[in-house]
Write a protein that binds this ligand. Structure first.
Ligand SMILES: Cc1cc2nc3c(=O)[nH]c(=O)nc-3n(C[C@H](O)[C@H](O)[C@H](O)COP(=O)(O)O)c2cc1C
Length: 178
């Protein structure tokens, strides 16, 4: 027998892409970073990624002002740090300093890359049409970096309220796509 699923729990089943760290660099401020799991791919090339960043976050203001960010994919080993980064704000915390993350200069944006990340995506805001309604920014990835030392690292996926899953077995099946 199927049971009723409360609507406020729907996101826990749809959400789990990799949890990413969104970095920003507002003028006259320290670099900042927030975990984000409400995102989706919108196009292949150039890569477009839709991101929901709550308007009460420091990151929202920085993103709106600079139109730039980095999306960094953390390895599973950083799960405690990821959770902690989401429970404080750049309005009053130097998150890179407190959580010992390594900011590295990006090539095309002012926001920093994260040295500990598996992949860093330099992004520019492409479309804010739905920013006012849904806090939704469409980002265009203009440069991507991969950390060869973390080739086998696992990503984490957020299931809400401090629950994460870790990448499991990789399956390869026939596909007409590259
Ligand atoms: C795993 C995880 C995923 C999160 N996903 C999002 C998200 O997709 N969008 C969002 O606005 N906040 C999300 N949050 C909450 C923000 O990270 C949190 O509000 C953070 O403190 C904002 O930091 P800031 O004020 O420095 O920008 C998430 C938090 C965690 C722990």
């Amino acid at each position: 027998m199927l049971k009723d699923l409360p609507l406020e729990r729907v996101y826990q089943f749809i959400e789990p892409g990799p949890t990413v760290l969104l970095t920003t660099q507002a003028p006259n401020a320290k670099p900042n970073v927030m975990p984000m799991s409400w995102h989706m791919m919108v196009d292949f090339e150039p890569p477009l990624i839709a991101c929901v960043v709550n308007q009460s976050n420091h990151s929202f203001a920085a993103l709106k002002e600079t139109g730039q960010c980095v999306l960094a994919v953390p390895p599973a080993e950083l799960v405690e740090t990821v959770s902690a980064l989401g429970n404080c704000t750049g309005n009053d915390t130097d998150k890179f300093g407190v959580y010992s993350l390594t900011p590295l200069p990006a090539a095309h944006v002012v926001a920093p890359l994260i040295g500990e990340a598996i992949v860093n995506l330099e992004c520019k805001v492409k479309d804010t049409t739905l920013m006012g309604t849904y806090n939704l920014f469409v980002m265009q990835c203009v440069k991507a970096w991969v950390n060869p030392k973390l080739h086998d690292a696992k990503m984490i996926h957020h299931h809400g309220f401090g629950h994460f899953s870790v990448d499991g077995e990789m399956l390869k099946v026939k596909s007409k796509m590259r």
